[in-house]
Design a protein around this ligand. Structure first.
Ligand SMILES: [Zn+2]
Ligand SMILES: [Zn+2]
Length: 363
């Protein structure tokens, strides 16, 4: 058991509270990490607003760090290794895992528990939950070995952290889920961390036209910076018409990075016949219904879900970091600000104001 500093969720819509908590030592298949950096994601804000987790809990699920200690059965990483952690850990032996879709592993929950049964995080003996099995808004993290992938030592850890969620989700949505083809046209709704990553994925895939759509003019400039060829302001009355005009009748692929009923509809409506819409952002509440005009299906338009970029992150993250080293994936400019853990509530304020691409907590 060690004392560490963590940002603790105590009550919905209240600032996270910086406190000293206790972290356990690794069970046989667990790894203790020294957190180096953690991105702040919209899902963290969603949790802060009281939609998922019951307090007390530690949020944060987009981290990179350095291995501090390993359980006696851990074989994939060693002390001193640089790693990215991802919430898409998987058992490796269920039908989804064998089918090549480990991000949809059906045994994931059974892997969240500990052999020793105790809580990984606690305070004076009272358990504290870890968001997504990670909990990276803390100086250290204790995680299952299958939540980790080793990366090269020369990658800056603040940039590597983005691969824990935003990059894996967005670039993966373009490359894995939609399989954007070279020479195609693409529309991306919502230019935050995930939307920028989809734009970059489409660019890497060789799309000839990438249309970024957002309500904020600064974000449209950001879309162009990362590879969009055109932009449309989402406030305009004829968003779908504008996209169809730009793409000469409709795009081949459309993505909703936000998670919004209206955008899901617009994604389908701005497609050419046989085009493919991919819903990347989670729509809340999950019981909401998306209504779609039936006529669009007469021309074989398709719409599909996407969970965390259909990732196989142990394979994907090193590939993305190779693209980073080659200058083809821009991680440097995705970080709009770095801040210490003590200032984490400012990151949420900036996100609510729609001011930033990504804030990263650095330790
Ligand atoms: Zn996230
Ligand atoms: Zn599985």
């Amino acid at each position: 058991m060690r004392d560490i500093k963590a940002a603790v969720f105590r009550a919905a819509n209240e600032p996270l509270s910086i406190e000293t908590v206790q972290i356990a030592e690794p069970d046989p298949h667990e790894v203790l990490l020294r957190t180096a950096a953690s991105g702040v994601c919209h899902s963290d804000l969603h949790a802060l607003e009281g939609n998922n987790d019951v307090p007390p809990a530690v949020f944060g699920h987009e981290p990179a760090g350095v291995v501090e200690a390993v359980g006696d059965q851990v074989s994939n990483v060693a002390v001193g290794d640089h790693v990215v952690a991802c919430t898409s850990f998987s058992c490796g032996s269920c039908a989804q895992c064998f089918g090549g879709h480990p991000h949809l592993c059906s045994n994931k929950l059974s892997m969240s528990g500990r052999i020793s049964g105790g809580s990984r995080l606690s305070q004076d003996g009272q358990p504290i939950a870890q968001m997504s099995g990670l909990g990276s808004f803390a100086e250290m993290m204790l995680v299952h070995e299958r939540a980790l992938v080793k990366i090269d030592d020369d990658i800056p850890l603040d940039r590597a952290a983005l691969c824990g969620c935003a990059i894996t989700t967005g670039v993966g949505a373009a490359l894995n889920t939609a399989e954007v083809s070279p020479g195609s046209s693409v529309a991306v709704f919502g230019i935050g961390g995930v939307g920028i990553s989809i734009v970059q994925g489409a660019r890497i895939a060789g799309a000839r036209q990438i249309i970024g759509i957002d309500l904020v003019e600064d974000k449209l400039a950001l879309a162009k910076h990362f590879g969009a060829t055109h932009t449309v302001n989402g406030n305009s009355a004829d968003v779908v018409k504008q996209i169809k005009r730009l793409s000469n009748g409709g795009v081949d692929y459309a993505f909703d990075a936000v998670g919004n009923k209206l955008l899901a509809e617009q994604c389908l409506y701005c497609l050419r016949p046989r085009g493919l819409a991919t819903l990347v952002g989670a729509i809340y509440p999950v019981t909401d219904k998306v209504e779609l005009m039936a006529g669009h299906f007469f021309v074989e338009k398709r719409i599909q879900g996407c969970y965390m970029g259909s990732n196989r992150f142990q394979q994907d993250v090193p590939r993305y970091l190779d693209l980073y080293k080659q200058g083809r994936l821009n991680l440097d400019d995705m970080i709009s600000e770095r801040m210490p853990l003590d200032n984490i509530n400012e990151a949420f304020a900036a996100m609510k104001a729609g001011e930033v691409a990504r804030s990263v907590i650095v330790f």
